[in-house]
Design a protein around this ligand. Structure first.
Ligand code: ZN
Length: 481
């Protein structure tokens, strides 16, 4: 009996470009085998060397995945249709049919160095043109990423960001210029990217990514690239990618260390398979606290751009199931194997997460309204109050818990004990004195003050807003960093 098999775009080169092939068969297995007998080149794309159907090939009978029917033994009838579902297409399932796209003469000239590579060629360049990539963040990672995706001719680039360019960004965020200080990053990004390639459509989303908007937004894109620097957004991006079945091109950076991977739960592990839960707040410093070498996001963001383009082209071996660790100081790349965790709370066998949650709460980030202002009065001191008391000549003991290189840049005097050393060195402090602890913006000093109180220091207060606020409100002549 003759039935129809629908061939997905990436496999049509092996079926003489036919999108539908009729074969005679009684079962699904027989149909696929007869298809590969007719088109022998197709065999290696559908079957592994051991003869088993490849794990990323899904076969549907009408609307049903045959894994939930009788698998390969499922009997077929005359009116049935079989579809080979393009998870084989590299997880990127662009909505626009590549055949319907044309490249203009200008585009052919612009992309000529792509077009002469066999792995890209005209078809690959059309895939790039049809592709839709969503960038989360237009900062350090987003900068090289955006520049290269635009230059490569990715048809639609979405950017989620709600930040404004400031002076401290320019050391690494090469998408923005000195003239852009004070402008929304989305505006300078759009200008820069369309300046590189006017053929690219830029969609900007001037909003925080939230559990409310993530699923709808991700649904409009083929690949999501995570360029964020905080844990709530990283888990939100992961979970929304798993739920919508989109690949998540992941990168992260701190000081001299970078990480890159591709999380695609349809074909491999997700971020939660690696880290089911975030570290407690404060354990891992942010880039603002810990610093980052300007070139590093350039390297990591460029690797993310590379993986994104490979996913779109469906060429080479994507970083699925592999985590790359880059140590810039030693110049070492290490590769770790990542396995899908069967107990993963979102992509495992018995997932416990079925929808997006409150990620701020999940990451243990304290909500502002829950703070008790009466306690804050006792545990914090404002920059104005500190100034008044210093001017009165009160013998206040100041403790700076930043790093020595920060102290060297600017300080308010007092003793320097960097937060990581405080546990070992707190005995150097006099518990009977009033101690005002300060840092850059008030986060590290709050943790230091909490720690000292837990060790019996009765009169410890945290300088609210840190040296940043002091510079802003009390002494603008001090350098900001
Ligand atoms: Zn997982």
């Amino acid at each position: 009996m003759s039935i129809k098999i629908f061939i997905p775009t990436p496999l049509r080169p092996y079926t003489d470009r036919n999108d539908v092939v009729e074969v005679d068969a009684v079962t699904v297995d027989e149909a696929i085998q007869n298809l590969t007998k007719k088109y022998t080149q197709l065999h290696q794309h559908l079957y592994s060397e051991s003869g088993a159907l490849r794990s990323y090939v899904n076969i549907y009978l009408n609307d049903e995945d045959v894994r939930y029917l009788d698998k390969g033994k499922t009997v077929v009838r005359e009116t049935d249709t079989i579809s080979i579902v393009p998870s084989i297409a590299g997880g990127v399932d662009t909505e626009v049919a590549v055949e319907d796209l044309e490249l203009s003469k200008d585009e052919i000239l612009r992309y000529s160095r792509h077009l002469i590579i066999p792995e890209v060629g005209l078809t690959g360049q059309k895939k790039l043109k049809a592709a839709r990539v969503l960038m989360i963040g237009a900062g350090g990672l987003g900068s090289p990423l955006g520049l290269y995706l635009a230059a490569a001719g990715v048809g639609k680039i979405g950017i989620v960001d709600f930040d404004v360019v400031d002076m401290t960004n320019l050391q690494r965020q090469i998408m923005h210029s000195t003239n852009d200080i004070g402008r929304p990053k989305l505006d300078s990004a759009r200008e820069r990217l369309t300046g590189i390639n006017p053929n690219v459509t830029i969609e900007s989303y001037n909003d925080r990514l939230t559990s409310e908007n993530a699923l709808d937004l991700f649904g409009e894109y083929d690949v999501i690239v995570d360029g964020t620097d905080n844990f709530p957004t990283r888990y939100l991006v992961n979970d929304a990618c798993v739920i919508t079945g989109k690949p998540n091109v992941y990168g992260s950076i701190l000081r001299f260390d970078g990480q890159v991977s591709v999380f695609d739960a349809t074909r491999g592990p997700c971020y939660r398979c690696l880290y089911p839960a975030p570290p407690p707040p404060g354990l891992v410093p942010s880039c603002a606290e810990g610093g980052v070498l300007g070139v590093l996001p350039g390297i990591v963001g460029t690797l993310q751009a590379l993986e994104t383009i490979k996913l779109i082209l469906n060429e080479g071996e994507p970083l699925i199931g592999r985590l790359i660790l880059f140590d810039a100081l030693k110049f070492k790349f290490r590769e770790l194997k990542l396995r899908k965790n069967p107990d993963c709370p979102i992509c495992g066998e018995n997932p416990t997460i079925h929808e997006l949650i409150d990620y701020e709460e999940f990451c243990g980030i304290r909500k502002e309204p829950e703070r008790d202002s009466r306690i804050e009065e006792k545990t914090e001191i404002s920059v104005e109050e500190l100034k008044t008391r210093l001017d009165l000549g009160e013998g206040i003991f100041l403790l700076d818990v930043r790093e020595p290189q920060e102290y060297e840049l600017v300080n308010l005097g007092g003793m320097l004990i960097p937060l990581p050393q405080l546990q070992k060195r707190y005995a150097e402090l006099d518990p009977s004195r009033e101690i005002i602890v300060y840092c850059k913006s008030g986060g590290r000093s709050e943790r230091a003050a909490d720690f000292l109180r837990s060790r019996g220091f009765g009169r410890v207060r945290n300088l609210a807003g840190g040296i940043d606020t002091w510079t802003e409100k009390i002494d603008p002549t001090l350098p900001k960093y």
